[in-house]
Design a protein around this ligand. Sequence first.
Ligand code: THU
Length: 260
Amino acid sequence: MPTTSELLFSLSTQSAEHSYAPYSNRREGVVVLLEDGSVVHGCRVENASFPLTISALLNAMSTLHSVARMDIAMIASSRAFTEAEKAYLCGMPNFEWIFPDSTTAHLGGTIPEPKESLFPLLPDWGTSTMKGAEQARDISDLAWCPESDFPVGSVIRTANGHHIPGVNVEHPDWSQGLCAERNALSAIIAYDYGMPTEIYVSCPKESGGTPCGACRQVILELAPEATVWMDRIDGPPQAMTAQELLPGGFSGDVLRKPKL
Ligand code: THU
């Protein structure tokens, strides 16, 4: 019988296979075991602008907020945690991590048996764009934004009819936070939910809010055909295509790519 850590390690290597890593082929996965035994997945999501790459750890940890589940029991990674990742975990307020080995972290509580995967999905409400903007506004309640007090919510619809939530997740080290749009996009890769067709974004505190430059770059690469619907709170959402949001965006076409 494998131990729980062995089982989680094996699940993390399966998550790694979902990675979007066309520039390095460095696949990595992370799974988070929650107190009821459900498992949340994250994988590496690269970008032509390398510094915008989302690690498997950041991907999984940010998804936890989108589904309002911070009852973490254990984390397992398909490769050794880097010092930066340990610093990321230890920098989270109110979490005291124990690292029993190089690929595992836990909080010292009871470790449940892993059961089924937790899927970050919202119910299908159809294709009403008004409803999509409202859903993004509602989900912003789950944002973790103690630094800015600026909640952002995003919901992405994919070609196969899934609706994936994302919220902004902040960290005392600001450079380690993740925007709502990129949170939802990276979950789509981790769970293989297919091509984004509509991206809804809501900044309830700013009716004119639009995606930041980094999100535009990532949207252009991962959701080039998507329409971005920006919640205008008191009126119908404003639509722009990924191309309109970032004319002349960096494509990275000439970057070195590994031979697969
Ligand atoms: N933020 C987003 O979530 N999406 C954007 O496109 C703009 C910025 C978040 C990041 C940070 O938590 C807060 O808003 C202030 O920058």
